[in-house]
Design a protein around this ligand. Sequence first.
Ligand code: XMP
Length: 314
Amino acid sequence: MDTQMLIDEAVEALTSKIDDTAIIACSGGIDSTVAAVLANRAIGSMLHCVYVDTGFMRKNETEEVSKMLNEHGLNLKVVDASERFFKHLEGVIDPEEKRKVIGEQFIRVFEEEQVLIGAKYLVQGTIAPDWIESGGGSRDTIKSHHNVGGLPEDVDLIIVEPLREFYKDEVRAIARVLEIPSSERQPFPGPGLAVRVLGELTPERVETCREACHIVEEDLRAAAEEGKCDIPWQYFAALLPVRSVGVHGDVRVHGETIVVRAVHSLDGMSAHYAPIPHDVLAATSTRITNALKGSVNRVVYDITHKPPGTIEWE
Ligand code: XMP
C-alpha cells in the first residue's frame, strides 16, 4: 500500500478510537515520534506528549528532541526528573539493579503526569517486532531491556498502538513522508548513559561520559565523511571505574578510564567491532583527555565482537 494511504488509514483509525484525553511518552525515537505525530493529526491538543529527562540523555539531546517535537506542533511537556533518578540510584552499581530502578522511576514519573493530565488513553509506538519477539519462550534474559515508555501491565488506561502492524521499514517510510528526521539516528539504549557509566552514577561521572560520547560521535562521523572508515552501526564511549596513574603537565593525576566502543551490526543481535584507523583513535583519545583533564587520563578501544561481548558494557 502507498505510504500516504497507510498514514490516512492510521489517522482515521485513531480519530475513531480516541474520544478523550490521551498521553504518550516521547523519547525522540522514531517509533514514539511517528505514533505521536499521527495521533496529533487525529486528536490535536487532546494528545499530551511527555518527555522525561532522566539525566542520562546525550549532550543537547533534550533540547534537540523537544525542538523537533515542537516543530511538529505537538503538545509537549518536558519533565526534568534527573534529581529524582540520581537520588534513587545512589549507591546502586549492579547493572540489573540500575535498569530496574530506572524503569520503576520512569513509570512513577509518567503515572504522575497521567494523573495531572487526567488521561484516559495511552498511545504507544509499539511496532510488530516488539510484540512478536516478546511473545514469551525460553530464552535467557541477558539484559532486561527497558524501552523508554515501557509501562506497567496493570495500567488503568486504554492502550492505543497505531504502529502495531508495521515493520521498521514501513515506519521509516511513514517518518519520511511526515518529515520526521529521526530515521538516521543510531540506536540508543532506553536507560541512556546510565548503562555507559560503570560503577556509581553521580552527575559528575555521567557528565564525563556524556562529553566523551559526544566526542566519539563527532570524530567518527567526521572520519566517515572524510572516507577514512565506514560509519559504524553504533559508536559511543563508556566510563570505567578503573583508576590509573597519569600526568598532566607536571602534575600526577589518578584518573578514570574511557573505553571507546564502535561496532558494525545489522540488528544489534550480533556485532563485529569496527576497525577504526589508529590515527582517528589517537586524535579522539587526545581530544577526550584534553577535554576531561583531571577526571580521565586513559582511553582504550574495545575490540570484542558480540558474542561474546554485548554492545553496551552493562
Ligand atoms: P547489547 O548491549 O545487549 O545491546 O548488545 C544491543 C542493542 O540494544 C541496545 N540496548 C537497549 N535498547 N533498551 C533499549 O531500547 C535497553 O535497555 C537497551 N540495552 C541495550 C544497545 O544500545 C544495542 O543497540
